[in-house]
Design a binder for this molecule. Structure first.
Ligand code: HEM
Length: 198
């Protein structure tokens, strides 16, 4: 989190975010399940320097992918006329850019864990649209949330390779990103699951 951050709706580290029902102890066990360790933290932080001035072109690729798939773009359309909501897309894009920086900064503490729960709620009908007062569809379908881990990470790889790191370092940064996205989307699944099943 950047304390001087003024991105609308970005509430990481503020009192507006409620506590995650998942504990840091649970997160430690999840890290073991996905083989996420100190080396991954190291390579995520290496990726921070690589990615921080490439955020906009990365977002262009990801938004291009969502925009060219009507079933994905649907989550950003008006629920009444089905037209894309430019303001909503633009507002979320700013927070998505910050998410690239937060993921690569890899300070996965209580504030981060709490904000993961918030991001899950914002994809789910519990809180979708509320941050930006959008008139969009009620829910991001879970199936797409999970499946997007592949396109999000595979399209990041060329950007990881753009600053002269060795193939081995690029592979390690990429693996750390895949694991982090798996951890995060798993955390985001909480509101989608039946009570007690997480
Ligand atoms: C690996 C998969 C995904 C990642 C990493 C991701 C990432 C993000 C991030 C970082 C945000 C902003 C969170 C914030 O408010 O700070 C966001 C919001 C959003 N994402 Fe995703 N997302 C993923 C999958 C999807 C999919 C598949 C869709 C649907 C096509 C989607 C639609 C949305 C929408 C509509 C919002 C705005 C929610 C709101 O109303 O607040 N996301 N996503």
């Amino acid at each position: 989190m950047n304390v001087t951050n003024t991105i609308p709706g970005y509430t990481h580290g503020t009192g507006a975010v409620s506590r995650s029902p998942v504990t840091l102890g649970d997160l430690d066990l999840m890290k073991k399940s996905v083989l996420f360790g100190d080396e991954d933290v190291k390579y995520l932080r290496l990726s921070h320097g690589v990615l921080k001035d490439q955020v906009e072109p990365i977002l262009d690729v990801w938004y291009g992918f969502v925009g060219s798939n009507p079933h994905l773009l649907a989550s950003f359309t008006d629920k009444n006329d089905g037209k894309p909501l430019g303001d909503y897309l633009g507002a979320v894009r700013k927070r998505f850019g910050q998410w690239i920086l937060d993921t690569s900064r890899a300070e996965y503490d209580q504030h981060w864990l709490d904000y993961q729960h918030e991001i899950g709620l914002r994809h789910h009908r519990a809180k979708k649209n509320t941050t930006d007062a959008a008139t969009s569809t009620a829910l991001v379908p879970f199936r797409d949330l999970f499946l997007l881990i592949f396109p999000v990470t595979v399209t990041l790889k060329p950007f990881l390779a753009k600053r002269g790191h060795s193939a081995e370092e690029v592979d390690k940064m990429y693996a750390a990103w895949v694991k982090s996205c798996l951890l995060q989307v798993t955390l985001w699944s909480y509101p989608y699951l039946k009570d007690g099943d997480f």
